[in-house]
Structure formats: C-alpha cells, structure tokens
Design a protein around this ligand. Sequence first.
Ligand code: S6P
Ligand code: ZN
Length: 204
Amino acid sequence: MIERLAQQLTEFDPQSGVIEGAPIIERRLSDLRGSFADREAYETTLAEADPVIYTVALVEPAQGEGALHYGLGRIVPGRIGAEYYLTKGHLHAWRPAAEIYVGLSGEGAMLLEDERSGESRLLSLLPNSVVYVPGFSAHRTINTGSTLLTYLGIYSAAAGHDYSFIAGRNFRQVLVELDGQPTLTERSRFLASLQTPGANARHE
Ligand code: S6P
Ligand code: ZN
C-alpha cells in the first residue's frame, strides 16, 4: 500500500490566511519591537492598539533531506510612520538554502540583503509573480499596497530560521512612503531625516 504523507494535499484561503490543518503564527505589532525604524511612531501606535500585522500558516509535510516546507503569508496594509508593514525578516540557519515566493494577492515587495556582500535588492511581489531568494540572503516581505498582501513561501525543510541578524542591526535599507511612492532609502539616512524635520530621506 502506498503510504500517504500527512498534508500531501492542502487547500488554502488567502483572505483569512488559513490552510486547513496547519498551525498559524500570528505577529502583532508588539512582537515587532525593533523592526520599524521610527521608534517614536512605533510606541505611539502601540500605546493605542496592538493589531495583527501578519500571519503565516505553516505546512511541514515531511522532515529530513530533500523534504520541503511552505508557508502562506498574509500581511495587512498599513504603516508605522512612513515605513510600510513588514515581516521581521530572517536568514536561513542553513545559509545556502534558497526559497521561492509566489505572489497571490495585493501589492508588495521583498527586500533581500546578501549577508556576504551587504548588497540590497528590492523585488516586486505581485500576483502571478515568483521571487527567487538565493541562499545567504536575509529576506523580508513588505506590503506597499492598500489591500492584503498574500504569498506562498516554499523552502527546504532543513533551512531553519535565524532572526539574530535582524535583532542585531536590522536591514541596511528601509522601504518608506515618500511623496506617495514606495522609496528605498538607507536606514541611517532615514533615521537622520527623522531628527531633522523637513529633511528629505531620498537619495539625491
Ligand atoms: C520562511 C519564509 C516565510 C516567512 C514569513 C514570515 O522561510 O521565508 O514563510 O517565515 O514570510 O516572515 P518571518 O521573517 O517573520 O519568518
Ligand atoms: Zn525564509
């Protein structure tokens, strides 16, 4: 008899972020302390409410060499100060492990940062688009739209998550709304612009 894997076939609902039978990780604003650049805006918002920023439904049908895991991510729209709602971001504990992201709904972006070169790259995450995240890349997903951003992330069961990079110094770049447009700018430059009202964080 053929042995069938648990969760070999699943159905998902991007609107609710639910995959039948899969556990859901819920990240609220309070779980994202240190993720957003504008600390004052973060504390002010958190004093009023602690909304769910994103959820991930996790499917782990098998373990071990060659096996795959995947997650259904769902980020609500919004900003803390000028910075769009985002995921914490991580490197894979097994650094060479790549990942595939498939955009399902909404408008967003993936910010990648190569751990070895420090190089940043911003890639659109849109419905019917696929983003390849190479190994050794810290990656974070960002909702730049006004609706839910949903996607599937598919990765090696052996990849693992390393969040210490983010807890340490965060990404070098931030994606902020400037003049109504998503704009990638250096974190240090953006932080300096917060200290100097009227200053422009844009690269001139
Ligand atoms: C896992 C994959 C995604 C993220 C999800 C949440 O390798 O990249 O499923 O877990 O986008 O992000 P984070 O940074 O909170 O794990
Ligand atoms: Zn990942």
